[in-house]
Design a binder for this molecule. Structure first.
Ligand SMILES: Nc1ncnc2c1ncn2[C@@H]1O[C@H](COP(=O)(O)OP(=O)(O)OP(=O)(O)O)[C@@H](O)[C@H]1O
Length: 347
């Protein structure tokens, strides 16, 4: 079953804040991650999908049906929040079985079903425990089991891993992906963690100021961001304003670069994007620069350097040791994005 926003706009009463013209379809079995800066409208979209707010314009659809006027309980969506929200006085199986109890299922049947779900999320043998005995990751497994136990029409995950430490987060995101795939359910994941979004989503929707500015695969969002803002928001980036000087050549404050300019005419203003890991330490035949490292951070698997060059700074990411002075930017590492006004002095 698909979850869909069809040209949805919403303003909070008495406010100009909200979301504007949102169209997004999450296909059956698909996992879409919603990312964006704080205040960009992620929670508002979740509220509209859950039924805690109704759109001013457009429709929210579940499996094609317009549910915009329907109250939350009629939408049959499974939801997992950041703070687990398990009932502390209930055993784990009772927590998971709760949605079935509300729906009137007999005790034996719901216990069987809840225990099956607990096994599916790797919690077999813990059915009789109470939540206070569990780690954060285990609680989120139980919350996931509870969200899925009644066969919901869609799954909403609201920052489900943000309360966990980094190691557990990585483990749990694989677990969420595994369980979501197995359930084959349309899923919307709201997250602040871009790595989480890129690693488990089929597609990523990027929100800015109440609008979705890009919906694409994680690879596309990273490699071909729609605008400089997306590039800056997702991962590390070098962003330099430039002007097309000729076909295959762009002028910047750092000097000229050779790159694919496509059909852009001479004189068009652009933003150059170069991901730091695409910068190669060492001199090369084209697009070479020489500078001095003003910062050199060792992060374990990689080093992140800031190289001060005439006209600006180049962020470099490398796993190689040693002094970095000369660098080369391969032409195919340069992406040209639309000019961004805010970058005009930020070289
Ligand atoms: N109850 C409300 N009344 C008025 N404006 C609100 C209300 N809730 C949110 N907003 C505004 O709506 C916009 C979108 O907020 P929303 O909470 O959806 O953003 P978000 O992306 O979820 O942010 P965060 O990542 O911080 O949770 C923001 O400008 C916010 O200030």
């Amino acid at each position: 079953m698909a979850l869909q926003f069809d040209q949805v706009s919403y303003r909070y009463p008495g406010s100009i804040q909200g979301v504007t013209d949102i169209s997004l379809k999450i296909g059956d079995g698909e996992l879409v991650a919603l990312i964006g800066a704080s205040g960009s409208g992620k929670s508002t979209l979740l509220r509209l999908l859950c039924g805690f707010a109704a759109p001013d314009r457009g429709q929210v659809r579940i499996d094609g049906e317009d549910v915009s006027p329907a109250p939350p309980e009629r939408r049959k969506l499974g939801v997992v929040f950041q703070d687990y929200a398990l009932f502390p006085h209930m055993r784990l199986w009772e927590n998971v079985a709760y949605p079935l109890k509300v729906r009137g299922m007999a005790r034996d049947a719901r216990q069987t079903r809840a225990c099956e779900m607990l096994a599916r999320v790797g919690m077999a043998g813990r059915e009789q425990d109470r939540p206070d005995l569990l780690s954060g990751g285990q609680r989120q497994r139980v919350a996931l089991a509870r969200a899925l136990v009644f066969g919901p029409r869609g799954l909403l995950l609201d920052e489900p891993l943000s309360a966990l430490d980094a190691g557990l987060r990585a483990e749990m995101r694989d677990e969420i992906q595994r369980v979501q795939r197995q359930a084959g359910i349309a899923t919307l994941l709201v997250t602040h963690d871009q790595e989480e979004a890129l690693s488990i989503a089929d597609r990523v929707a990027v929100m800015r100021d109440g609008r979705i500015v890009q919906i694409a695969t994680p690879h596309e969002v990273y490699d071909r961001p729609a605008e400089a803002w997306v590039a800056a928001f997702v991962g590390q980036s070098n962003l330099w304003p430039g002007t097309v000087a000729a076909s295959g050549r762009v002028e910047t404050a750092l000097g000229p670069f050779t790159c694919d300019t496509g059909p852009r005419p001479k004189g068009e203003r652009v933003t150059l994007l170069v991901r730091p890991e695409r910068v190669i330490p060492g001199a090369g035949p084209i697009n070479g620069l020489t500078g001095t490292a003003t910062a050199d951070r060792f992060l374990g698997p990689v080093r992140r350097l800031d190289l001060s060059v005439p006209g600006g700074t180049v962020k470099v990411e490398t796993h190689l040791p040693g002094l970095v002075r000369d660098i080369t930017i391969p032409p195919d590492a340069i992406r040209l994005l639309p000019a961004e006004a805010s970058l005009s002095t930020a070289v």
